[in-house]
Design a protein around this ligand. Structure first.
Ligand SMILES: NC(=O)c1ccc[n+]([C@@H]2O[C@H](COP(=O)([O-])OP(=O)(O)OC[C@H]3O[C@@H](n4cnc5c(N)ncnc54)[C@H](O)[C@@H]3O)[C@@H](O)[C@H]2O)c1
Ligand SMILES: [Zn+2]
Length: 363
């Protein structure tokens, strides 16, 4: 039984979540892709030495001949030249339309491998085996694949759904604490946009989550995937509802563009969520200031930033805000919280409220 099912008609797929699932990877792939006899296992230089052999052995045991390729860890691997080199690996491994690409790693490996799977031979099956919290709760689910161009992130890509997702929460034990916390920003996001009870759970479990308690991590990954799966099922190609997943990301992406060299995505989103809550209060959209207080408290306990870097003038973010990819005809659509568990998407946010929101982030 899948732990979460992503309902997308013929492109539906299961997400398996649990501690120790990596050892069962082969059996899970075989059940789902009975014709598959060959696989290309793509991983990165950090994850490969830790989990590559377990994954490869599990696939081989299930009768799937597996070649392994390792890309350098880091965003720079999400490139067309890296994709080109993976196409060559696909040919060398003699993959055909029934073969599979297995992405073992964080969002970089997942986005890159998914893109190669979407385009090699016009599309072959792929399996997401996310090993960062961000990938388990976000990037491995939803079918957005792609690579970066020198001009910007994710500029080339495709919507292409995996055949299955296998999230082993035990792999998170080796994840640096800062990466774990950054993933938690997206988890908090799900609570705010859809599920107040879940936000409460995270608030109560902060200590256990940071201590890698498997039961707490399992619950958090499962609920996050369920929320993302629901939203994606309602809007697979990002035409409407899916915009709510962008909560905290308008200011977050601006921060990332300006300070991405020193802050992780989740850290930028943490500040972005606080900004959105303040802007919503100043616009009269939020019913009161309670969410803002809750957000700051939980993010700080997770070790995430809630203010701009020292010495940064909020005015410097203006140009980056207007560059937001999600802006339509130059108009930003803000995801504004009404209260914990409920957000609206609106272009009608007073410039003064935005100015106040950003000013409040000054250290
Ligand atoms: N497709 C989507 O919907 C989507 C959504 C959000 C983000 N993304 C993309 O995801 C990428 C970021 O993903 P990420 O945060 O997972 O980054 P990442 O893949 O770079 O992983 C972060 C770091 O952790 C290391 N690592 C991974 N798993 C580990 C483990 N279990 N133990 C020890 N180290 C481990 C990696 O080698 C890397 O150094 C970005 O490119 C972003 O654009 C995509
Ligand atoms: Zn995000």
């Amino acid at each position: 039984m899948a732990d979460v099912w992503v309902e997308l008609g013929e492109q539906s797929y299961p997400i398996y979540i649990g501690a120790g699932l990596l050892g069962r990877l082969g059996a899970l792939v075989r059940d789902r892709l009975p014709e598959t006899r060959r696989a290309l296992l793509v991983t990165d230089s950090n994850v490969g030495p830790l989990y590559g052999e377990t994954a490869r052995a599990a696939l081989e045991e299930a009768g799937i001949a597996t070649s392994r390729v390792t890309v350098a860890a880091g965003e720079a691997s999400k490139s067309l030249s890296q994709a080109f080199s993976l196409y060559t690996s696909c040919v060398r491994a003699e993959l055909d339309r029934t073969s599979a690409i297995v992405a073992l790693g964080g969002g970089v490996v997942g986005d890159l491998s998914g893109f190669v799977a979407a385009t090699y031979m016009r599309g072959i099956p792929y399996v997401q085996v996310p090993t960062t919290l961000l990938a388990q709760v976000d990037s491995a689910v939803g079918g957005k694949t792609g690579v970066d161009l020198p001009q910007g992130k994710n500029l080339v890509g495709a919507f292409y759904q995996p055949s299955l997702v296998v999230a082993d929460v035990e792999t998170l034990k080796t994840l640096p604490r800062r990466e774990l916390a950054a993933g938690m920003a997206e988890v908090v996001k799900y609570g705010v946009i859809r599920d107040e009870e879940f936000l409460k759970y995270v608030e109560v479990q902060v200590g256990n989550l940071l201590a890698h308690d498997p039961a707490a991590l399992e619950r958090v990954v499962q609920t996050s995937c369920r929320i993302k799966a629901d939203v994606v099922a309602a809007d697979p190609r990002e035409k409407g509802l899916r915009a709510i997943l962008n909560f905290g990301h308008t200011v977050g992406h601006a921060l990332e563009a300006a300070y991405g060299y020193m802050w992780l995505h989740g850290e930028c989103v943490a500040v972005g969520m606080v900004a959105a809550a303040i802007i919503a209060r100043h616009s009269g959209i939020a019913e009161d200031g309670r969410l803002e207080v809750r957000l700051k408290r939980v993010l700080e306990r997770l070790g995430l930033p809630t203010m701009l870097p020292e010495g940064v003038d909020p005015k410097d973010l203006g140009p980056y805000l207007r560059m937001d990819k999600k802006a339509k005809d130059g108009i930003i659509h803000w995801v504004m919280p009404v209260r914990a568990g409920e957000v609206i998407v609106t272009p009608k946010v007073a410039p003064d409220a935005i100015r106040w929101g950003l000013e409040a982030l000054r250290r």
